[in-house]
Each structure stands twice: as structure tokens, then as C-alpha cells.
Design a protein. Structure first.
Length: 443
């Protein structure tokens, strides 16, 4: 409580003192004339003493109210000071909270904002003050909600929504009316940056999606791969047992060759599974060097020639491009083997497979075409997913693990290339591995 200083009330005290002096003078005067015997004559004229009688209490009353006015003024100044202190403390609190705070007047124009709001919006003071709130957000719903709160009954209504600031930050917005007598005096708007939370949410969703894919991968391995692994093992075991008992040298060699082909098939299945697992864990690593593309094609065709002859399928080769390029020969051959294997597997007896190379501007194109069953248009996006079969039913006609095309895509992507496919059910398919020709500096 402030101490009242005498100088603040000096004029009032002086007026009251004057009243007391008049009062004292009057009674002194009265007393003196009574003693002198003049009182009887003066008392006969009341008007002579009326000013003196009235002036004393009048001065006292005026002085009293002057003192009271000074006291009230001091109290008002004290209240103003406390109000300024409270407002300053409130501003300090609002400027330090980890959220943007904006207030509006009754027409929806900004009349206050804290530092965090200014930073998140990326605007200067002059760009913020007296601006419509709706202009600060990308979504028009924010401005519409502010107008709705200002036009409704002042019942302290609130609203919460998600919006995007003009600066691009995603925020959660909370609004509340500032109640007035007959209508809201304004709206308080607080917003918190949830961009990081959104990123974390997306990462969690991606991780959950990947977890589901891994779970599906495990299920498909159990359902498909176990059978595909057992089949070549059974063939290898059978042909080796026959070869051990075979007396004819030529027949024994043929049995061993058949076992070797089954072993190659088993090795390809295992390699595909390893490649798929690696692609899930880490980026694909290549051992690039200068190669002749026709050598890669010839080796792959030679390895699949026996499988093609067994199904009476003819393999044609067209070396449209015989130049050199920088690539990983083993992985590129692996990709080509998978495409040729599919072209033979999903073909008809008596059909054909065409393997060709070509140059397309700064790209080398390896194409594998077949006259097989083709792929439905709606399945073209799915065939590159690991362990995906066009016909997923247990009674499907064609075997395989469903990893071949996924591996082809991984190898193509690792080379910085692209994988193209054209297919028509009943007429066949064409797959193209399109790879960049290495820059001259690498030659």
C-alpha cells in the first residue's frame, strides 16, 4: 500500500485549515464582543454574522472533498500501476510460452501476437497487426471459424482444428471467444507446430507398413518358397541316385547334367531370396566395370538353352548394340536370367523367346520378349513386389517364388536405370532393362 504524501493533499488541508481559522475567529470575535457589551447590538442583525457562520463549515467541507479527490486519484494511479505490472507480466508469459498466440478485436483483426507466433508465421510486426486472421492460414476454414465465433453468443465457445500456416508449417489451432456484454470482444487463437509430430507419424506409418510387408513376406516364404526349394532338391537327389546306379556312361552324364540344371535352379532361388532380403535392409551394392553387353547376353542365353529345349521353345538373339558400357556383369546377367526364365516358364510349347540389345540415345536397352500367356493390365504394378504371383492360389499352374522380377527391378534401379513392361493376355510380354551408358570419364 502506497504511503500518502502530505503534498498531495496540501491544498485540501489548507482549505480546511482556513475553515477552522474562520470558525476560531468567529467564536473569538463573539467572545470578545460579549465581554465588551457590544454583542447585544450586533446580535440584533443576523445577516452581519451569517457569512462568518457559513464560511467556516463551507471551507471545511470543500477541504474535505479536495482531500478525498486527491486520495481517489492516488488510488486510481496505484490501480493503473498494478494493471500495467500485470499486463507486463502477462505479456512476458505469453512471449515465453512454446505456442503461437494471437488475439483479435471484435471485427476479427489481429491486435496482439507473441514472439512465437511472429517466428512461426515468418512476418514482420507491420504485416501482422490489423490483419485478418484468415489471411495467415492456407485453409479458408480458419477465417470462417473466427467469424462464426465473433457472430455467435458470447458463451466462451471454443474450437480446435488442424491447419497450415502461410509459412508452410502444420499446426494445431485452438480458438476461444473473449466474452463481452452483448457480443464477443474478440477471439484468442493459440497454435502449436505439429510438423515434427506429422513427420514422426508418417515414419511410424511407413514402419508399420514395412512391418506388415515383412510379415506378408514371411507368410509367402512359408507358402511358396518351401515348395519351390523342395522341388529342385528332390530332382537333384533323384537324378544323382539314378546316376550312381546307371551303367551306361552317356546316360549317367545326362542324369548328372539334369541334376546340375536343378542345382542351378536351386542356386537362383536362393540368390533371389538373398537379393530381396538385402534390398529390404540396405542399398544395393554393385561391382561396376567396363563390359561388352553381348557377352552378358550370350552367357545368360547359353545357361537357359537346355530349359528352352525341354519345353520346345526357341530362343532368338539380336545383338543390335555390341558396344561397351560400365555395369556389374554378374548382377546384370542375374537380372537377364530371371527375365529369360520367366519368358520360358510362362510360354507355350512351340513358342519363342527373343533377347535383343539396342541403343536409345544415351541408354542401352536389353529386351526379352515372349509369345506366352501375357499379364493382365491390372496386375502390371504388382508383379515387381517380392514374392508376388499373378495366380496366388495353391492350385496355380506355374511354379516359382515370385522373387524374380523384384530382383530384376532392384538391380535395374541400382544401375540408375528403369524397367519397362508391355504385355497383352494371350499374346505375350516384353520386358526392357534400360540402363544409362557410362560417361566418357569412366571409360
Amino acid at each position: 500500500m502506497r504511503l500518502l504524501l502530505p503534498r498531495e493533499y496540501l491544498s485540501g488541508i489548507l482549505v480546511m485549515s482556513l475553515g477552522f481559522v474562520f470558525n476560531l475567529a468567529y467564536w473569538s470575535y463573539k467572545y470578545s464582543i460579549e465581554k465588551s457589551g457590544i454583542y447585544r447590538e450586533l446580535s440584533m442583525d443576523p445577516l452581519a454574522t451569517l457569512p462568518v457562520l457559513l464560511s467556516a463549515p463551507l471551507f471545511i467541507i470543500i477541504g474535505y472533498y479536495m482531500i478525498k479527490e486527491r486520495s481517489l486519484r492516488a488510488q486510481v494511479e496505484e490501480s493503473k500501476g498494478k494493471l500495467r505490472e500485470t499486463f507486463s507480466e502477462l505479456q512476458t508469459i505469453l512471449h515465453t510460452v512454446p505456442a503461437g498466440v494471437i488475439t483479435t478485436d471484435s471485427s476479427g483483426l489481429v491486435n496482439f501476437f507473441n514472439r512465437r507466433a511472429k517466428e512461426d508465421l515468418g512476418l514482420e510486426d507491420r504485416e501482422l497487426i490489423a490483419t485478418e486472421v484468415g489471411e495467415l492460414f492456407r485453409e479458408p476454414e480458419v477465417g470462417e471459424k473466427v467469424k462464426e465465433l465473433l457472430s455467435s453468443e458470447p458463451r466462451g465457445e471454443q474450437a480446435v482444428l488442424e491447419a497450415t500456416l502461410r509459412s508452410g508449417r502444420v499446426v494445431q489451432v485452438s480458438m476461444s471467444q473473449m466474452p463481452g456484454n452483448h457480443r464477443p470482444e474478440g477471439v484468442v487463437i493459440a497454435f502449436v507446430d505439429i510438423s515434427m509430430l506429422k513427420d514422426m507419424q508418417k515414419k511410424l506409418e511407413d514402419a508399420y507398413k514395412e512391418l506388415k510387408e515383412i510379415e506378408e513376406l514371411k507368410s509367402n516364404i512359408i507358402a511358396n518358397v518351401s515348395h519351390e526349394l523342395r522341388t529342385p532338391i528332390t530332382i537333384i537327389k533323384g537324378f544323382i541316385e539314378i546316376a550312381m546306379e546307371e551303367k551306361n556312361e552317356e546316360d549317367r552324364i545326362n542324369n548328372l547334367k539334369s541334376a546340375l540344371r536343378a542345382l542351378y535352379r536351386l542356386n537362383n532361388i536362393v540368390e533371389d531370396l538373398i537379393q530381396v532380403a538385402r534390398a529390404k535392409r540396405m542399398p544395393f551394392k554393385l561391382q561396376r566395370r567396363r563390359i561388352k553387353i553381348e557377352d552378358v547376353v550370350n552367357r545368360a542365353v547359353e545357361k537357359k538353352k537346355a530349359d528352352a529345349e525341354e519345353k520346345e521353345i526357341k530362343i532368338e538373339v539380336d545383338h543390335g548394340y555390341t558396344g561397351e558400357m560400365i555395369a556389374d556383369p554378374e548382377n546384370l546377367e542375374h537380372a537377364l536370367l530371371n527375365l529369360i526364365d520367366n519368358a520360358i516358364k510362362f510360354n507355350h510349347p512351340g513358342g519363342s523367346v527373343r533377347v535383343s540389345t539396342a541403343r536409345r540415345d544415351g541408354w542401352v536397352v536389353l529386351s526379352v520378349s515372349d509369345t506366352g500367356i501375357g499379364i493382365p493390365k491390372e496386375k502390371l504394378e504388382e508383379i515387381f513386389k517380392p514374392l508376388t504371383q499373378i495366380d496366388p492360389t495353391p492350385t496355380r499352374r506355374y511354379g516359382g517364388t515370385g522373387t524374380g522380377l523384384a530382383v530384376v527391378k532392384s538391380i535395374t534401379d541400382a544401375h540408375g536405370g528403369k524397367l519397362e513392361v508391355e504385355s497383352e493376355p494371350g499374346k505375350g510380354s516384353t520386358f526392357r532393362i534400360v540402363l544409362p551408358v557410362a560417361p566418357p570419364i569412366l571409360w
